[in-house]
Ligand binder design. Structure first.
Ligand code: ZN
Length: 154
């Protein structure tokens, strides 16, 4: 499944410890459901720095252990928030409870160009690992963004 989803190229991304810990706490407290949120920060050259992770509501009806959905109005509010607070709106994070941080077909269908898609794997309620992805909309595949400033296992 992974090979046709994922290209070999990578780009880079940095995450502040504050944003990182927000995502981990949110992901662990939401277990066994998938949680989701918005990522804000700044572009500097072709590198992104994520300085703020802001929890969003998972509005998926029914079983939330394998899916998340964000209300379109919350996307609009997130755009306004970024503008008024002087951030770049950089992407979305979500969790994979008891699954690796590899995007699913469902994630691919929902992904928007340019955005970073950070996935945190939460194993039995504890953070396990984090990876970040971006879509290549020409080929409809993800490529990985290397997170360069974290010990990605803790
Ligand atoms: Zn997913």
């Amino acid at each position: 499944m992974e090979t046709y989803l994922i290209k070999s190229e990578t780009t880079t991304l940095k995450i502040t410890p504050e944003a990182y810990h927000t995502m981990i706490e949110h992901g662990e407290s939401g277990f066994p459901n998938e949680i989701c949120g918005f990522l804000y920060g700044k572009y500097s050259g072709d590198e992104k720095l994520i300085t703020l992770a802001k929890p969003a509501e998972n509005v998926k009806e029914g079983d939330q252990r394998r899916r998340f959905e964000i209300d379109p109005r919350d996307y609009q509010r997130a755009e306004v928030f970024a503008l008024t607070e002087g951030f770049d709106f950089l992407g979305i994070y979500h969790t994979h409870p008891n699954h690796p941080a590899i995007p699913s077909i469902h994630d691919l269908k929902q992904a928007m160009p340019v955005f970073s898609y950070i996935i945190l794997s939460i194993q039995e309620g504890k953070f396990d690992h984090i990876r970040s992805w971006q879509i290549d909309d020409q080929e409809n595949k993800f490529f990985e963004e290397n997170i360069t400033n974290l010990n990605q296992n803790g």
